[in-house]
Design a protein around this ligand. Structure first.
Ligand code: G4P
Ligand code: NA
Ligand code: NA
Length: 189
């Protein structure tokens, strides 16, 4: 068992059958030592890939991306989910469908912060249906940049996102893949 699987068994809770609560270390309180282990692990897993920038999506991805960036020595850009006066007018935009929330929303990155030819590592806390990752890939394509890899802390392997991304040839590394979970038991691939 790796350190992410151990952490999940020790601290996560399964709610309503399909939601894994990780509020004690990832989604509310944040365990910075744990995030440092994640940063080191992604650095090893993507060794040999040219990474110019780490991209994530607000909100939970930001802390993970920032710690990872210290190991890669690159900037972080996070996609925004809401339009605001502060966001540049010129943005790359893509639509995400959230199954959990049963609604569509846009994610946006200013054209200033993604450039043609850049090699991007996308990191996030969860991968479920993979719609967020597909939208990030779309934005990276619009910019003429390249998606060099996707680093996910927890993949819900019983949902289709991960396998679909792998089938598209995307270099996806998930630190823990949950194949089955219920209130009493979590099993990993
Ligand atoms: P998808 O992007 O893979 O298609 O996922 P989905 O729409 O189902 O997920 C919606 C939100 O819920 C995402 O966060 C995702 O990271 C998160 N999520 C999905 N499954 C779980 C789970 O089992 N446990 C927890 N804790 N989160 C889950 P978000 O709302 O977009 O962003 P954020 O602001 O929380 O980062
Ligand atoms: Na998330
Ligand atoms: Na989340």
């Amino acid at each position: 068992m790796n350190f992410v699987e151990e952490k999940i068994l020790k601290e996560a809770r399964v709610e309503d059958g399909a939601v894994l609560k990780v509020d004690s270390f990832l989604n509310h309180q944040i365990d910075v030592d744990f995030l440092n282990q994640i940063g080191k692990r992604f650095k090893e897993l993507f060794e040999g890939e040219k990474i110019d920038k780490i991209v994530t999506i607000e909100a939970s991805g930001i802390a993970i991306a920032c710690i990872c960036a210290q190991y890669f020595n690159v900037p972080v850009v996070f996609a925004k989910k809401t339009e605001s006066k502060n966001l540049d007018k010129e943005t790359y935009k893509s639509q995400v469908y959230s199954y959990t929330k049963a609604k569509h929303y846009n994610i946006m990155i200013s054209k200033r912060y993604l450039s043609e030819g850049e090699s991007i590592l996308f990191v996030d806390d969860f991968l479920a249906n993979g719609m967020a990752a597909v939208a990030i890939k779309d934005i990276i394509d619009q910019a003429g940049a390249k998606l060099a890899g996707v680093g996910i802390v927890i993949e819900k392997g019983f949902q289709e996102g991960g396998d679909e991304l792998r089938a598209k040839g995307i270099n996806l590394k998930s630190l823990a893949i949950i194949d089955k979970m219920d209130k009493d038991c979590i099993s990993f691939r």
